[in-house]
Design a protein around this ligand. Structure first.
Ligand SMILES: [Ca+2]
Ligand SMILES: [Ca+2]
Ligand SMILES: [Ca+2]
Ligand SMILES: [Ca+2]
Length: 291
């Protein structure tokens, strides 16, 4: 078990050679869907909705994009130049997918949803890996969206994840995405009226290949902190919030794994009002819980 206290660590000495980061991201599911028996105690048949040949769907988010009180599903499709929106019918079925363009060769690897302009309509943020940008799709509330607005990240940064949080308590959602091959996370603060400010970069460690970002208050000071999982470093990069959207420089939180963190989640597992961190290690094929 690792101490909850933040641990300083000189990560510049971590000289582990970068692996085939992009190949890992682009890994296409080798198996097609087979019948799923897990967590299906009622025996209800699971339904499949095609996202298109070779679209290789991965991250999924859900929300009500039509304001009809029915949940819809958004799917990133790195094998296509669009993301898919499946509109819910309320009966467990979904309409044929609506394709939302994200740009030629965009290779969208992640989606996040939220009302990014405080217009009371859900919007979508997307990480377009191969064109090194994040895209924002403002929703019209009827299942359609304005044309994508993009914010560039550094060339060959290959952002592979995106999330939205209000990092500075101004009631406007901000956007965070890892610049994976450049070893930092990019933060875009909302400045209102559908616009976001210039990118702020927080270094994640030498050749760390930052890949997953989660946000929560780890030390119970009522200020959000940022946790970054790295796909090429055996530590999490933690950023303690200072308030007003300012974060201290990263602290390495050592992991006892292979350094190939593929996912991070936080939740209070033991009801002690302190968040635990759950890490998935794709190199070692295990998950770890950090108390
Ligand atoms: Ca909106
Ligand atoms: Ca904000
Ligand atoms: Ca905090
Ligand atoms: Ca806890």
């Amino acid at each position: 078990m690792v101490s909850r206290d933040f641990i300083h660590h000189n990560t510049d000495r971590d000289t582990k050679a970068p692996q085939t980061i992009r190949d890992r991201d682009r890994r296409i599911p080798e198996k097609k869907f087979h019948r799923v028996s897990h967590f299906n105690p009622t025996g209800i048949a699971l339904s499949a909705f095609s996202t298109g040949t070779n679209s290789a769907p991965i991250p999924i988010a859900s929300g009500d994009f039509k304001n009809d009180c029915l949940m819809d599903i958004v799917v990133a499709k790195p094998g296509a130049d669009n993301i898919a929106l499946f509109l819910g019918s309320g009966e467990g079925t979904f309409a044929i997918q609506v394709k939302i363009p994200t740009g030629a060769t965009s290779t969208s690897l992640s989606v996040a949803i939220g009302d990014l302009n405080n217009g009371n309509l859900l919007d979508i943020a997307v990480a377009n890996s191969d064109v090194d940008n994040i895209g924002i799709l403002f929703g019209y509330g009827n299942g359609t969206f304005a044309s994508q607005i993009t914010y560039s990240i550094e060339e060959r940064s290959y952002p592979n994840f995106i999330c939205v949080h209000d990092l500075n308590d101004d009631f406007r959602l901000d956007i965070i995405a890892p610049a994976k091959s450049r070893d930092y996370i990019a933060i875009y603060f909302s400045i209102g009226n559908r616009f976001f400010g210039n990118q702020l970069a927080y270094y994640t460690g030498y050749q760390s290949a930052s890949s997953i970002v989660v946000v929560g208050d780890l030390n119970n000071d009522h200020i959000l902190d940022i946790i970054v999982g790295n796909s090429n470093a055996n530590y999490l990069s933690l950023y303690r919030g200072h308030g007003n959207g300012v974060f201290y420089g990263f602290i390495a939180y050592p992991l006892n794994g292979t350094g190939a963190t593929s996912f991070v989640a936080i939740t209070d597992l033991d009801n002690d009002a302190r968040l635990e961190i759950i890490v998935a290690d794709s190199g070692g094929d295990f998950i770890a819980v950090l108390l």
